[in-house]
Write a protein that binds this ligand. Structure first.
Ligand SMILES: Cc1cc2nc3c(=O)[nH]c(=O)nc-3n(C[C@H](O)[C@H](O)[C@H](O)COP(=O)(O)OP(=O)(O)OC[C@H]3O[C@@H](n4cnc5c(N)ncnc54)[C@H](O)[C@@H]3O)c2cc1C
Length: 469
């Protein structure tokens, strides 16, 4: 059942950010005359989530600079109705009806849909620490509202010490932002490494750089309990070390929770819409759910991992934008395929670019590949040119096929775009031979004659030849 372009039917999109607005916009291009409504639980739409840490540090001085399009733009230029403060709390699949709560009030209203696109993003995981999450100085960091709450709290209370729970990319981005504004910061990470989805060579290199910059990092550590004052402010964390084992009390003025996310699909749990990894919605390659009139896109979904061919959870802005556009098109009669994701990720933290694409050594091993890890460090450009810095690279390739399975890098400059070469190679199923022979651009200020990307593949070829692993 597809929309007839001129039929007056109702498409509802749940979620008003990257994937939701891409979906609604593409649907409008495809079907000029249908009704399209975007229901957004928060008060803001179309914001650059990835830029929010830079508002905390002051690099972005006005939060309005992070908004891309206004609700008026969508209403007037695209004839898309935008309803903020509208949180979908339940879906009646049989009656094609949504229950929607208005602005956290007692008021619920109902919306009928013919087609639905779910773009509800991700939510923070609950740490299940008694009394932590309802405290006045404890913050999540997912959206504009969270960012404004944290910024306002900092401006009003001038905290001197912060604790970040979770040492992944968002945790480190916020740690850096808080340190930039003079707050002494500790990162508490349960695993033995920060950036735990990276190979240990890269995450150890990052650890050294973060500590050099003065940030305290406690690995193998978790918060077991908190102490609060009469104003509902957490003043002390009890931190347990799982390696020693031992515990210590940590004074703090503000806490940010960045210990992981899951797909934001609690409002569809209990329906027969199928969920997969990390509570993500399962879709076909057309981004259709197991209901033919319901599509889904972005962080609320599982995606196909191009390297493994298996479902995975890869919540990135690029995936969300691409998926949204395809879901919007397909919900209105299109027939596009989402090819999946190779899991490309870049972060710039503590003055270093850290990036990865593809799968890790252990993932490759578990999936039955015969992975070999090749590591090296190269100058990012000609050493004669002042300001040269190193790039550390880890390449994971299958032996003896030479198929590239993953690549990771860290360096001050030149990492972010080089990872895209490997992302392209992975998407095309290229080997170390293919990438060694790529004709990559050279200028002394940007690269070396043999680019680090060529070089690491050349080293891999030599190692394969000599069976030196
Ligand atoms: C601090 C931070 C930095 C990041 N940096 C990067 C980066 O550098 N690069 C990168 O690729 N990715 C980054 N990401 C991830 C990126 O922001 C997400 O992958 C992207 O925003 C996903 O888009 P989405 O549309 O799927 O979800 P979202 O952008 O989260 O949008 C979902 C929307 O749905 C709304 N919603 C949820 N539930 C309901 C409901 N029941 N009813 C109505 N509305 C609902 C939410 O309020 C939200 O506005 C970052 C994320 C964060 C938090």
């Amino acid at each position: 059942m597809y929309f007839n372009k001129n039929e007056k039917q109702h498409l509802i999109v749940i979620g008003g950010n990257v994937s939701g607005l891409a979906a609604a916009s593409q649907a409008r291009r495809n079907a000029p005359d249908i009704d399209i409504t975007v229901l957004e639980s928060g008060q803001h739409i179309s914001y650059g989530t990835c830029g929010l840490p830079y508002f905390i540090s002051g690099i972005v001085d006005d939060i309005n600079k992070l908004f891309v399009y206004s609700p008026q733009f969508f209403e007037e230029k695209r004839k898309i109705k935008i309803l903020t403060g509208h949180k979908v709390t339940a879906i009646n699949l049989h009656e094609k009806k949504l229950t929607v709560n208005i602005n956290n009030s007692a008021e619920n209203i109902f919306f009928d849909y013919d087609k639905l696109i779910i773009c509800s993003g991700a939510r923070p995981v609950n740490l299940k620490i008694d009394g932590l999450e309802d405290s006045c100085n404890v913050f999540h960091f997912r959206n504009v509202a969270d960012t404004l709450s944290l910024k306002n709290y900092i401006n009003k209370n001038k905290p001197l010490k912060a604790a970040i729970i979770g040492g992944g990319s968002i945790g480190l981005l916020i740690a850096e932002a808080l340190m930039k504004i003079g707050i002494k910061t500790v990162v508490i990470e349960k695993s033995k490494r920060i950036f735990k989805d990276f190979e240990q060579e890269i995450s150890n290199a990052l650890f050294r750089k973060v500590v050099e910059k003065g940030c305290n990092v406690l690995t193998n550590s978790f918060v077991s309990s908190v102490k609060k004052n009469d104003s509902n402010i957490v003043t002390e964390l009890m931190v347990e070390n799982t390696e020693m084992p031992s515990s210590e009390k940590l004074d703090t003025d503000v806490i940010v929770l960045t210990a992981g996310i899951a797909a934001n699909t609690s409002f569809i749990e209990g329906t027969s819409i199928e969920l997969g990894c990390n509570q993500g919605i399962k879709t076909s390659s057309r981004l259709q759910t197991n209901y033919s009139n319901i599509f889904a896109a972005g962080d609320c979904c599982c995606v196909k991992n191009i390297v493994t061919g298996k479902p995975d959870y890869i919540p990135t802005a690029n995936n969300a934008g691409r998926m949204g556009r395809i879901a919007g098109g397909n919900a209105t009669g299109g027939d596009e395929i989402f090819n999946g994701s190779v899991g490309t990720k870049v972060d710039v933290v503590f003055d270093h670019e850290v990036a990865k694409t593809g799968i890790s050594f252990n993932e490759a091993l578990n999936l039955g590949f015969n992975p070999v890890k090749i590591t090296d460090t190269y100058p990012a450009h000609a050493v004669a040119i002042p300001g040269v810095s190193d790039i550390e690279i880890v390449l994971i390739a299958d032996y003896p096929s030479g198929k590239i399975l993953g690549a990771q890098m860290i360096g001050k400059k030149g990492v972010a775009k080089r990872i895209d070469i490997f992302a392209t190679a992975l998407t095309c199923g290229m080997t170390i031979n293919d990438v060694y022979n790529l004709d990559l651009g050279y200028s002394p200020t940007t690269s070396t004659v043999w680019d680090p990307v060529n070089k690491i593949c050349g080293k891999a070829m030599l190692n394969f030849e000599k069976r030196k692993f």
